[in-house]
Design a protein around this ligand. Structure first.
Ligand code: GLV
Ligand code: MN
Ligand code: MN
Length: 413
């Protein structure tokens, strides 16, 4: 039996259904934000499956969770595959979870087929990929890759002021796993991440597998505007320092400045906060977040300058600042891994196309450490970051079949 033939579509689908109960929402999605009780429950479930198969588990100081199937050469660096189990507040059941469960399915398929590999093969669930509760996202993989400092990340607070270090301690208490000593990070031979596409291209082109060539660059910012609280009924326009009015002027100018002719630049204001949030007080403070993405760094640079100029020009009479929180350069995946994914997909006679990723993934950080690549499968109407997110069991299994063949080949190099 080959690894691919040992992938069980029903088992993989059932695992998605079991995970979807943890943080499940009335609309069929999940709210399983990073380092929440629901995240801990997902970790426990994954660990219980791993233990049942006799796989080793361990975690690290940022809470990344690893499941290891031993290789014949105990000293050889592992081949790693995975993604994330945390979700958006109104997330779907496949974003991230598919990559973790496909990797786990690959480990099980290797086990069921009795395939010995030279290198260990690991499944990983990276901590806080989504970055909706704690910013920045793709945090666990970035700490693992040495891109963000562990101590800086432990000090991050969520929107309610909860410190990440405390939330992580609570999570690891509720979902204990042996701690690997030292700072996060160890030698990895290669990394392959499976994920739903989160866009419509595979479905539109009727292809089963996306051979992912790279990930576009992304930056996050926060704009903070200071005004002056005043009575809504009595304060004349000239006397107002309305922080929200300034924020909306800034935002409107930014939408216009980021509307490109070829619709490649992605600009999103996803969170707005107004203080004190009283209907009859002129807002004294306003803030909003910006997520901006493009495949080219120079385009991101020039638009960043435009955003700064807009804040300077539109804020008066309210002082305002724009702060860049993250800057992840575009990623090119390793040509040999891309070729291997394409070759294994063709061997399995699955339709496929090369494509870049619009979404960010943990693979963009791990690609700094070792040869890396990704495998995409279609999702219904390209809908993601939405409770309605859906994917076909057959497509999920097809991606897992490609994954196990790729991992086996890498683990026997
Ligand atoms: C990940 O969810 C991203 O924002 O690209
Ligand atoms: Mn994801
Ligand atoms: Mn996501």
């Amino acid at each position: 039996m080959s690894g691919a033939n040992s992938v069980k579509e029903d088992r993989l689908w059932q695992r998605h259904a079991d995970m979807a109960k943890l943080g499940g929402t009335a609309k069929g999605g999940v709210n399983r934000q990073a380092l929440s009780a629901e995240d801990a429950a997902a970790r426990n479930l994954l660990c219980s499956w791993a233990k049942a198969r006799g796989f080793a588990i361990f975690t690290d100081a940022i809470g990344n969770l690893f499941v290891q199937r031993a290789g014949s050469d105990a000293k050889a660096a592992p081949v790693v595959s995975g993604s994330h189990m945390d979700s958006q507040p109104t997330g779907g059941r496949f974003d991230g979870m598919y990559g973790v469960l496909a990797a786990f399915e690959a480990l099980e398929a290797l086990e069921d087929a009795g395939i010995r590999t030279k290198r260990p093969v690991m499944a990983v669930a990276w901590t806080n990929e989504e970055g909706s509760r704690f910013q920045p996202g793709a945090m666990g993989s970035a700490v693992f890759a040495g891109i963000y400092k562990l101590d800086d990340m432990l000090a991050v607070k969520d929107w309610k002021g909860v410190v990440l270090k405390e939330a992580l301690a609570d999570t690891l208490k509720a979902a204990p796993a042996p701690l690997r000593d030292g700072a996060p990070g160890f030698a990895v031979d290669s990394y392959v991440e499976a994920h739903i596409e989160q866009g419509p291209r595979l479905e539109n082109e009727k292809k089963t597998i996306g051979v992912v060539t790279g990930i576009q660059g992304s930056r996050r910012y926060i704009v903070e505007v200071d005004g002056e609280e005043a009575h809504a009924g009595t304060t004349p326009r000239a006397a107002r320092k309305d922080a929200y009015a300034a924020a909306t002027r800034i935002a409107a100018a930014m939408y216009e400045a980021t509307t490109d002719a070829d619709d490649t630049l992605r600009f999103t204001i996803g969170r707005v906060e107004i203080s004190p949030g009283s209907p009859n007080t002129v807002p004294g403070k306003a803030l909003f977040t910006i997520d901006m993405r493009h495949p080219r760094n120079d385009v991101l640079d020039s638009h960043e300058q435009k955003l700064k100029d807009i804040v300077a020009a539109q804020a008066a009479p309210c002082p305002a600042t724009i702060t860049r929180l993250t800057n992840v350069a575009p990623t090119d995946f390793d040509p040999a891994v891309i070729d291997l994914v394409r070759a294994k997909t063709n061997e399995l006679r699955l339709s496929n196309m090369d494509m870049p990723s619009g979404a960010g993934h943990d693979a963009m950080h791990i690609a700094k450490l070792c040869p890396a690549g990704m495998i995409f499968v279609p999702c219904e109407r390209g809908i993601s970051h939405n409770e309605a997110e859906n994917a076909a069991p057959g497509d999920l299994a097809a991606g897992a079949r490609v994954l196990v063949e790729v991992l086996e080949a890498l683990a026997n190099r």
